[in-house]
Design a protein around this ligand. Structure first.
Ligand SMILES: Cc1cc2nc3c(=O)[nH]c(=O)nc-3n(C[C@H](O)[C@H](O)[C@H](O)COP(=O)(O)O)c2cc1C
Length: 191
């Protein structure tokens, strides 16, 4: 089984058992401008042509970092099935049409927040922003909100995918897939 198919199978098996609100949550690590790794949780949008898709503003820390050094990792820990998946790969900005599509799928509140908030910028108090939000909510109630130009996302094109199945015996089963010359090579790793 190629690793993407295995990922989808594990994801389905977790979702079937899990009642968490955001099962798509995963830890995205980018390489900071200062060279330190920088991790935060994001939501996996979907897998398109074997590429993992995440979204967010390009002018946020993660956006700036992924544009300046297009290498990333995504890590999942699924509690119900006790499985971890680690993905490393190259990041490529998604097309505007695709970004439009994901933006349209967001609910109105999220769209307004994306429009008014400069993610990661310093602010004295949130009140100014929440007041603006309340004003715009009534203004935009029936209007379509266009995607801010900087709101987009990235494909993470996997080079390595490691699956780990947790075992009470501590002999966790680890399987590492590495893409070489267009083909996935598989090895088993010690726990
Ligand atoms: C479960 C979860 C899911 C999240 N999903 C996203 C997401 O899809 N996109 C996003 O920009 N931020 C998401 N966030 C917020 C990020 O963790 C982070 O605070 C934000 O992206 C700013 O990170 P940055 O300053 O490194 O760019 C999520 C947070 C959590 C806890």
């Amino acid at each position: 089984m190629i690793p993407i198919e295995k990922f989808k199978k594990w994801y389905e098996e977790e979702i079937e058992k899990s009642s968490v609100r955001i099962p798509s949550a995963c830890c995205l690590t980018s390489i900071g401008i200062d060279g330190y790794p920088n991790s935060r949780f994001v939501s996996l949008k979907e897998i398109v042509d074997n590429k993992f898709v995440i979204t967010g503003p390009l002018n946020s820390k993660k956006g700036i970092e992924l544009l300046s050094n297009p290498k990333a990792s995504l890590t999942f820990w699924w509690t119900e099935t006790e499985r971890q998946i680690r993905i490393q790969g190259d990041s490529v900005q998604i097309e505007n049409e695709r970004a439009d599509m994901y933006f349209r799928e967001r609910n109105k509140e999220s769209q307004i927040v994306s429009k008014i908030s400069k993610q990661g910028a310093e602010i004295k108090s949130l009140t100014e922003l929440t007041n603006l939000f309340e004003n715009l909510k009534s203004e935009y109630i029936d209007a379509e909100i266009t995607r801010p130009a900087e709101w987009s996302g990235f494909y993470i094109i996997p080079k390595r995918i490691e699956f780990m199945e947790f075992s009470k015996s501590r002999f966790h089963f680890r399987e590492l897939f590495t893409k070489e010359n267009g083909f996935w090579n598989k090895v088993i790793l010690q726990p």
